[in-house]
Design a protein around this ligand. Structure first.
Ligand code: FES
Length: 141
């Protein structure tokens, strides 16, 4: 079974259309995930080891690069603002083909030239909670 995970999407064609429709400036207004701070965004069992999932209707990406090590990133592609659509060995933006590292969010393949924004999370039992406050250095943009 493929590690490809799409939660809340209706398949690759629908995801591509959704992603294309979601393109815009990545720097405009509040981030889509901001309204989710302090809430449970995924269950640990939903996130495959060595991969991840796009969760909460594409608002953020949760990955598990190593067993028990969870990371979260904004789902807003830093190239042109599409919502990234899939996670395999990399986080993939299907709009123009950018790929990001599942452990760091760094660009593995362009055209994006900036990493995905990393988000602070807390694992509470099986709940993955998006932290209330962004880490230092994330505020003020
Ligand atoms: S918007 Fe993601 S690769 Fe262009």
């Amino acid at each position: 079974m493929s590690r490809r995970r799409l939660i809340g999407a209706a398949g690759a064609a629908g995801a591509a259309a959704l992603g294309a429709a979601a393109c815009g400036s990545p720097d405009e207004g509040p981030a889509p995930h901001d309204a989710l701070r302090g809430t449970v965004v995924a269950q640990t069992s939903d996130i495959p080891v060595g991969g991840g999932s796009v969760v909460i209707d594409g608002k953020l990406v949760v990955t598990q690069p190593e067993k028990g090590d969870f990371k979260a990133f904004s789902a807003v592609c830093t190239h042109a603002g599409c919502t990234v659509q899939e996670v395999e060995a990399t986080v993939n933006c299907l709009c123009h083909g950018s790929e990001f590292d599942i452990a760091t969010g760094d660009v593995r393949s362009g055209p994006a030239d900036r990493p995905l924004e990393e988000l602070s999370i807390t694992v509470d039992g099986t709940d993955i909670v998006l932290d209330e406050e962004p880490p230092q250095g994330e505020q003020g943009s």
